[in-house]
Design a protein around this ligand. Structure first.
Ligand SMILES: NC(=O)c1ccc[n+]([C@@H]2O[C@H](COP(=O)([O-])OP(=O)(O)OC[C@H]3O[C@@H](n4cnc5c(N)ncnc54)[C@H](O)[C@@H]3O)[C@@H](O)[C@H]2O)c1
Length: 261
């Protein structure tokens, strides 16, 4: 049984993580929210959980004796919260996406070599196997084109998704693309150095990532569909369990957690 502190406790992912963690017999020992969130001061019981833990805006108090700090919040929140978690020596599961390149460097520098942490734009098993498959795709001849499309619910703030960004980094390094473009309009033929990464926002879709590889006479299409957020919550809690056995302070990937490396 792990003691967990969940940041963004009343967010979509926070709620899914608390549900998954309690189902698996872990204890929520801390729950945090943004200071202006109306949930602050309420208890997890008010949100349908069998727990009297109060939702707090005070991360230091909430972290208490938690074994792992799990955060799916916002880049602005994590730029403040993650340094606090590392200074308390907490293991970290970080799922927030939408960091700028500069913020990403900052957050990585804050965690690396300080505490055992997992930082992944996608905690699902299928997507992490897709990342591994993408590394093998250099076998396609140079005249095969790669395109990525991602679709998420209308409340998702960042675009393209962290998963699409990671997939495009892998494809770019394997295929030598030097530019990503996010759409076409007017006269805009594809240039050889371009990787296409497009984004749709629609309804309540939990997450679809589609990788298309097309040559002159054939197409390979690999699609990952998350049916709901539970897949990310399951992965995050599984990663927390795995992380609790890691002693070396470093940033691990989901590929490490799943034994894919
Ligand atoms: N890595 C993955 O597998 C994965 C999967 C789904 C979503 N995400 C990412 O997780 C993040 C959250 O997604 P969501 O759909 O739950 O969003 P959400 O908006 O429903 O929840 C975010 C929560 O964080 C809270 N928050 C904001 N500032 C805070 C602070 N300072 N301290 C504590 N809590 C704070 C908000 O009030 C909100 O309740 C996004 O970046 C999203 O892209 C990652």
């Amino acid at each position: 049984m792990l003691k967990l502190c969940v940041a963004g406790a009343t967010g979509r992912m926070g709620q899914a993580i608390i549900a998954e963690a309690t189902t698996k017999g872990h204890q929520i020992t801390g729950a945090t929210e943004a200071p202006n969130n109306p949930a602050v001061g309420k208890s997890l019981r008010d949100f349908g959980f069998n727990s009297d833990i109060k939702i707090s805006a005070d991360i230091k108090k909430a972290m208490g004796d938690a074994d792992v700090f799990i955060s799916f919040t916002t880049p602005a929140a994590d730029l403040i919260n993650i340094p606090i978690a590392t200074s308390f020596g907490k293991r970290i599961i970080l799922g927030t996406t939408g960091f700028t390149a500069e913020q990403n460097k900052q957050i990585i520098a804050t965690m690396s070599d300080k505490v055992p942490a997992v930082f992944s734009p996608n905690y699902s098993i299928g997507v992490n196997i897709l990342f591994k498959l993408a590394e093998q795709l250099n076998a396609f001849p140079q005249n095969y084109d790669f395109s990525i499309n991602e679709i998420h619910h209308i409340d998702k703030k960042d675009a393209p998704s962290g998963t699409a960004k990671k997939l495009s980094e892998i494809i770019s390094s394997v295929r030598g693309y030097t530019k990503t473009i996010s759409g076409r309009e007017g006269i805009s033929p594809r240039q050889p150095q371009e990787l296409e990464v497009t984004t749709f926002r629609a309804g309540g879709i939990a997450g679809i990532h589609d990788l298309i590889v097309a040559g002159p006479n054939e197409m390979l299409r690999i699609e990952h569909t998350a049916f709901n957020r539970n897949v990310f919550a399951q992965g995050a809690v599984y990663a927390a369990e795995w992380l609790s056995h890691q002693a070396t302070p470093k940033i691990y990937s989901m590929a490490d957690v799943l034994g894919l490396n």
